[in-house]
Design a protein around this ligand. Structure first.
Ligand code: DCP
Ligand code: MG
Length: 355
C-alpha cells in the first residue's frame, strides 16, 4: 500500500507559547528575538505581528521599524524544549516512525493506522487535538503520500490547518506554487530560476531533466522529480538519536572563564573532526557542565543551518556557556554535543528551504 505521511508543524511556535504563558500578550503582535535592537534577529513573530511584515530571521531593528508597538520578548528555550518533548510524546503515541525536523515539526508515517474506517486526515486531526489538549497550542498538519508533499501541505492553511495532497490535486497545487516556495529552492536558487524564466511549478515542469541537471547539478534531478510529485516517503527515524559529543573532566574544580572557554573551544573542534569523518552536520548544540556538587546543567540551542565547523560549534557553545554558567559556581566537567544530525550532502539546504 502507498504510504501515508503526516507533517505536523506548530503555529508561530515560540510566539504562541509566549502568548499562552502571558494572557496579556494574546491577540497582540509578539516578536520573539535575540538581544538588542542593534544586533539581534527575529526568531519568530505571532500572526498578529506578521501582518506588519515581521518575520523570522529579520533583524530586530527592522522589526521595530515595522511594528514599533509590538511586544518584544527574549526566547525561553527551556520552555520551548519541554513543549517539544510533550509534542514528541503525542507523536510517539501514534507511531514509532517519527522523524523530527526541528523543535516544532516532524514527519510521521501513519500508514499502519489508515483503514477503510479511518482516513489519514482523521488521524491528523486527532493528533492536532491531542497536542492542543496537552499543551494548549495549535498546530497545522499536512497529509500526503510522500514527505515533501506532506510538508508543503502543512504550510498551505496555517494556522490550525489540516490539508491533504492526493493524486487528484497534486499537479494543480505544484503548478501554481511560486518557485521560491518550492521545496529545495533557497534564495540563491530562486534568483537563478527567475533568471531562467522559471517563476512557478508549472514553468519548472516544462524543463527537461538533463537541462535542469546542467543548470543546477544533482539538485536538478531532484527538482525535476519534485515538479512531478515524486519524492521519498522513507523516514529518517534515528536522526534524533544521532549525536556527537565530547567532554572533559577537570582534575580540580575550576572557575576561570578564560581557561574553561579554551577547553570548550578544543572540544568544539574535536566534535567537528568527528562530524567531518562521518560527513554529518547537526542542528542542535548542547553545552553541559557539572558543578562542584555534581549537579548537571545543560542548555541547548537550535542552529539556523546545519553546522559542522569547529568555529561555528564554538560560537554556539560560547553563548550557551554564558547562559548556563553561574559566575560564582566552580565546575568540574564541561562538554559540548551536536545533535539532530543529517548527512552533509544536504547541508546547504536548511529546513526552511523545503517550505
Ligand atoms: N526559528 C528561529 N529562527 C528562524 C526560524 C525559526 O529561531 N529563522 C524558531 C522560532 C520558531 C520555530 O523555530 O517559532 C519554528 O519555526 P517555524 O519555521 O515552524 O515557524 P513558526 O512555528 O514560528 O511559525 P509557522 O506558523 O509559520 O510554522
Ligand atoms: Mg512552525
Amino acid at each position: 500500500m502507498e504510504k501515508r505521511i503526516i507533517h505536523i508543524d506548530m503555529d508561530a511556535f515560540y510566539a504562541q507559547i509566549e502568548q499562552r504563558d502571558h494572557p496579556d500578550y494574546r491577540g497582540k503582535p509578539v516578536i520573539v528575538g535575540g538581544r538588542s535592537q542593534s544586533r539581534g534577529v527575529v526568531a519568530t513573530a505571532s500572526y498578529e505581528a506578521r501582518k506588519f511584515g515581521v518575520h523570522s530571521a529579520m533583524p530586530t531593528r527592522t522589526a521595530y521599524k515595522l511594528c514599533p508597538d509590538g511586544i518584544y520578548v527574549r526566547p525561553r528555550f527551556d520552555v520551548y524544549k519541554s513543549v517539544s518533548k510533550e509534542i514528541m510524546d503525542v507523536f510517539l503515541s501514534y507511531s514509532e516512525l517519527v522523524e523530527p525536523l526541528s523543535l516544532d515539526e516532524a514527519y510521521l508515517d501513519i500508514t499502519h493506522l489508515v483503514s477503510r474506517e479511518r482516513t489519514a486526515k482523521s488521524v491528523a486531526l486527532n493528533i492536532q487535538r491531542d497536542i492542543f489538549e496537552k499543551t494548549h497550542l495549535t498546530s497545522s498538519s499536512g497529509i500526503s503520500y510522500n514527505k515533501y508533499l506532506a510538508k508543503i501541505a502543512s504550510g498551505m492553511n496555517k494556522p490550525k490547518g489540516t490539508t491533504v495532497i492526493h493524486h487528484g490535486n497534486v499537479m494543480e497545487i505544484l503548478k501554481a506554487m511560486p518557485i521560491g516556495k518550492f521545496p529545495g529552492v533557497g534564495r540563491v536558487t530562486e534568483e537563478k530560476m527567475k533568471s531562467l524564466k522559471i517563476f512557478n511549478g508549472e514553468d519548472l515542469h516544462g524543463w527537461d531533466e538533463a537541462d535542469l541537471v546542467r543548470e543546477f547539478g544533482k539538485r536538478g534531478s531532484s527538482l525535476y522529480r519534485k515538479a512531478r510529485g515524486i519524492g521519498t516517503s522513507e523516514l529518517n527515524v534515528d536522526r534524533v538519536r544521532k549525536s556527537v559529543g565530547k567532554e572533559t573532566t577537570f582534575d580540580h574544580d575550576v572557575n576561570d572563564d578564560e581557561y574553561i572557554l579554551k577547553v570548550l573551544e578544543e572540544l568544539s573542534h574535536k566534535v567537528s573532526e568527528n562530524l567531518d569523518r562521518r560527513q554529518f552536520a547537526g542542528r542542535v548544540v548542547t553545552v553541559k557542565l557539572k558543578t562542584h556538587d555534581y549537579k548537571t546543567h545543560t542548555k541547548q540551542m537550535m542552529t539556523t543551518n546545519p553546522i559542522f565547523k569547529g568555529d561555528e560549534i564554538f560560537h554556539y557553545a560560547y553563548n550557551l556557556y554564558h547562559e548556563v554558567k553561574e559566575p560564582e559556581e566552580p565546575i568540574r566537567l564541561i562538554g559540548v554535543t551536536v545533535s539532530h544530525l543529517e548527512e552533509r550532502s544536504y547541508r546547504n539546504l536548511t529546513i526552511y528551504d523545503f517550505l
